[in-house]
Design a protein around this ligand. Structure first.
Ligand code: AMP
Ligand code: MG
Length: 416
């Protein structure tokens, strides 16, 4: 059993995962999905010159030196609500009433907002006046949103590998992208293991604990953009483990993820079963928590076995499984470091910390204090102390070789 450092273990795992394929989905179904192709604008935004205000389209030269002391009156020759267009061409001395978003008439170069005229009546249904008096001078282009000033036709706007957010969907809609090429979502079979585990809705009995990893890991899998196939709890018997893994294989999943049962305990069958029908490497990773990590294939399906302790399982997911799932799902997040989309920031330790020289992931609460992100340890740091991750909003990454750090020192952290 080899002792690997975290980076080595992660890159060995990642070398087994490639994006699993693409599909085309209607735009409305694409929130939080990953783009599978670059998107280039097929039209300008705005696609035509339009008014930024409710007002009057005018010729700026007509209003040179206009003011409340020296108003200018123009003849209103057209009315242009949003959604219409007008064939009118303004001549000097003329104006057209225009609404926000309506196309500028030919000849006009400027909009004077209603507020700067004698025509204040904005109640619905009011018809345009025959004349309008302007109290302000303008420069050409004022209150006009010019064609292509936001996005130019041919401009690259979104990159392959980008996870689509609300604003991205809006932009795709504006650009007429009704069907979107996206990466398929990986499917992950999830199992817990151990005779001590009972489901959440059963009363506690002597020696039993409730299965928490299923809930935590299922939520993390979904958060990493994958679908969860819940296999339930395997007991500490070979046949039970076999039955669940066979079920996983039948469901055509892209990854099998288990927690617990991979240490050297007398009832830890998962390793044996995976090895018997595939291959297994069992690593000791030079990290804390979460030293034991199993990786292999069950009938050609990649398998990752996380430790059972809830904190170890969580940290192991963040360090190894999230990067693998994001790679499977095509994510190439901007600023991604070490294969994870978790934001990585520098934080200042608010207290002294100690470590044992392994790369350590400490649970911490980070908040801004006097203009810097300051990190306080959250709860007990044992690998079974679930409350520590509940109270934490960050994992501090203490590099290997470090045994202690004084308050005031800076470290990297993943924001949770
Ligand atoms: P193991 O890896 O099987 O030796 O388990 C290590 C520790 O994690 C033991 O204390 C288990 O009871 C605990 N554990 C294992 N699986 C779970 C689970 N699904 N939820 C909560 N704790 C667990
Ligand atoms: Mg066990």
């Amino acid at each position: 059993m080899s002792l690997l450092n975290v980076d080595e273990a992660r890159s060995r795992i990642l070398s087994h995962f490639q994006p699993i394929g693409t599909e085309t989905l209607p735009l409305a179904e694409c929130a939080h999905r990953v783009l599978a192709a670059h998107v280039t604008a097929q039209n300008n935004l705005p696609s035509f010159d339009n008014s930024a205000m409710d007002g009057f389209a005018v010729i700026a030269a007509d209003l040179t030196e206009a003011s409340s002391a020296s108003p200018r009156t123009l003849k209103v020759v057209a009315d242009i609500p949003a959604g219409t267009s007008s064939d009118v061409t303004l001549a000097p001395g003329q104006a057209a009433r225009i609404m926000t978003g309506a196309p500028m008439p030919k000849g006009a170069d400027t909009v004077i907002p209603v507020e700067d005229t004698d025509f204040h009546d904005r109640s619905p249904g009011t018809s345009a006046p025959e004349e309008v008096t302007a109290y302000k001078s303008l420069s050409g282009g004022d209150y006009v949103r010019g064609q292509g000033t936001d996005v130019q036709i041919g401009q690259p706007v979104l990159q392959r590998g980008h996870k689509l957010r609300a604003q991205d969907l809006g932009l795709l809609a504006m650009l007429g992208v009704a069907d979107v090429p996206i990466y398929r979502r990986p499917r992950v079979a999830l199992l817990s293991s151990g005779d001590e585990l009972i489901p959440v809705d059963e009363p506690l009995k002597p020696g039993k604990i409730r299965d928490s990893n299923t809930y935590t890991l299922a939520a993390l899998i979904a958060d990493a953009g994958a679908e969860v196939v819940r296999l339930g709890i395997a007991s500490d018997r070979r046949e039970s483990v076999e039955a669940l893994l066979e079920n996983a294989a039948a469901q055509k999943v892209d990854l099998i993820l288990s927690s617990a049962g991979v240490s050297v305990g007398a009832f830890d069958f998962i390793k044996d079963v995976v090895e018997a029908q595939g291959e297994l490497t069992f690593w000791r990773v030079n990290m804390r928590p979460g030293k034991p990590l199993a990786f292999g294939k069950f009938k050609d399906i990649p398998f990752i076995g996380l430790p059972g302790n809830p904190v170890s399982a969580f940290v192991g997911f963040e360090v190894f499984v999230r990067p693998a799932l994001e790679q499977l799902g095509g994510l190439e997040a901007e600023g991604t470091q070490k294969g994870t989309s978790r934001p990585r920031v520098r934080v200042r330790l608010a207290e002294d910390i100690s470590s044992d020289g392994r790369e350590s992931y400490l649970r911490a609460y980070v908040q801004e204090e006097e203009g810097v992100l300051s990190a306080h340890l959250a709860g007990h740091q044992g690998s079974g102390n679930l409350l520590s991750i509940v109270q934490a909003n960050a994992l501090l990454i203490i590099p290997s070789g470090v045994k202690s750090l004084a308050a005031g020192k800076e470290v990297d952290a993943w924001l949770l």
